[in-house]
Design a protein around this ligand. Structure first.
Ligand SMILES: *Cc1c(COP(=O)(O)O)cnc(C)c1O
Length: 428
């Protein structure tokens, strides 16, 4: 398989765009090699500018639960485009999508649409701070909540609870209100409440997808809810990735824990830029123009993006049996890969939630970021490079989640397992 056109395109892009990409993970830094430039998608496949076809397990990092160029979403978008790209005034589609979101999520009475997951989370945190009149927030190591300043934190030295900026350009003053805790470790969260009496909210990916797939324990989430209630803090479920991916009704429906605010993104835009955050009336009433907490967006609720999101969400809602079907396929994929790896002496830790799947090159179970970080990254890089060369497009980092779509067939999955078996024979 030749990727000469991609190599040339990447060189050209690097001269004009930092790293040649508009979002860093696309640059293949952690696995090596050259990213392929995509010409088009087709159902469960990507086609690059050299004409190579790949089975796509990235699906635009989550949004495309119906695969590429789904005819219903495409038709809805084309229809919306014909009426105008943007008005900066209310449209019926916004209310329609809001209706769907409110009917689907028990803990959402009202929802506001924005243009990205980053924006949704940033706004939700401002809302939680405004509502509680407190400044500190608790986040977990290994959870990603977009690239806003106060969320770009890493563990400080020693036993410090308060995070340090994980990027230059973020003043330490901006992250001093962000307390870091350990995923699935309630004692580390209790410590945060001991260290601070000013905690506005805990934010968590209830089904973490940004350190690889690491779902939170049910009991842990229950305990977070109890701690929040005890201390008057809000619980935010960041479901930008897991929303509409793991299940239709949100993590609350499978974990039994009810959050105060939910953030959404990815699938809710059907492939267009949409984010959303919602919660109970009482909390959402704080938001401008009803309340004093400011939040705005020129392209928020964009009619074309709403049309794509509405088409996707309505189809999911009218076809809730889709999730067990997708989950069975994703399970077959990771179980098949696990067996193939085992044949060659490689141990994989796997997990599945609906259409999300994860596999760590790790001999121990992964419960938090430290466990995930202990995976064999070198072997993962070989796996990634080898599978790409065989026509299988996996996320280019061990710390990402994989996705299947309704267009990912059983046949594609069986072929993937066979290819992985072959590859493990070469690299293990
Ligand atoms: C992707 C993601 C975000 C950020 O969304 P963007 O649309 O990339 O800004 C936030 N939180 C989670 C859990 C995500 O997976």
């Amino acid at each position: 398989m030749s990727t000469d056109a991609s190599k040339k395109a990447f060189e050209e892009a690097q001269a004009l765009i930092p790293g040649g990409v508009n979002s860093p993970v696309r640059a293949f830094k952690s696995v090596g090699g050259t990213p392929v430039f995509i010409k088009e998608g087709e159902g469960g496949h990507l086609i690059d500018i050299d004409g190579n076809s790949y089975v796509d397990y990235v699906q635009s990092w989550g949004p495309l639960i119906f695969g590429h160029r789904d005819e219903h979403i495409e038709a809805a978008v084309i229809d919306a485009v014909r009426h105008g790209l943007s008005f900066g005034a209310p449209t019926l589609a916004e209310t329609e999508l809001a209706k769907e979101v409110v009917s689907i999520f028990d803990s959402i009475d009202k929802v506001r649409f924005v243009s990205s997951g980053t924006e949704a989370v940033m706004s939700a945190i401002r809302l939680a701070r405004g509502y509680t009149g407190r400044d500190d927030i608790v986040k977990f190591e290994g959870c990603y909540h977009g690239h806003s300043d106060s969320l770009l934190v890493q563990a400080g030295s020693g036993l410090a609870t308060f995070g340090n900026p994980s990027s230059p350009g973020v003043p330490a003053d901006f992250t001093k209100h962000t307390l870091l805790a350990k995923y699935n470790d309630i004692e580390s969260v209790r410590k945060c409440f001991t260290d601070s009496s000013d905690i506005a909210c805990i934010i968590i990916e209830p089904i973490a997808g940004n350190m690889g797939l690491v779902p939170a324990d049910k009991l842990f989430l229950t305990q977070l809810r109890e701690l929040c209630d005890e201390h008057g803090a809000l619980l935010i479920f960041d479901e930008v990735m897991s929303g509409f991916r793991a299940t239709l009704y949100g993590a609350e429906s499978i974990t039994g824990t009810t959050p105060d605010i939910i953030t959404l993104g990815k699938v809710i835009g059907g492939g267009m830029p949409v984010g959303a955050f919602g919660g109970k009336d009482e909390v959402m009433a704080q938001l401008s123009p009803d309340g004093p907490v400011y939040q705005a967006g020129t392209l928020s609720g964009n009619p074309v993006a709403m049309a794509a999101g509405l088409a996707a969400v309505r189809r999911l809602k009218s076809n809730a049996r889709l999730y067990p079907i997708l989950e069975a396929r994703a399970t077959r994929l990771v179980e098949g890969m696990k067996e193939a790896a085992a044949k060659h002496g490689v141990t994989l830790q796997t997990d599945v939630r609906g259409s999300m799947f994860g596999f760590f090159f790790n001999s121990d179970k992964v419960k938090d970021f430290d466990d995930a970080a202990a995976s064999d990254l070198e072997l993962f890089a070989k796996f990634h490079t080898g599978m790409l060369a065989k026509g299988y497009y996996f996320a280019c980092s061990q710390f990402e989640t994989g996705f299947i779509s309704t267009a990912t067939t059983d046949e594609m999955i069986e072929k993937t397992i066979t290819a992985a078996d072959e590859l493990f024979g070469e690299i293990a």
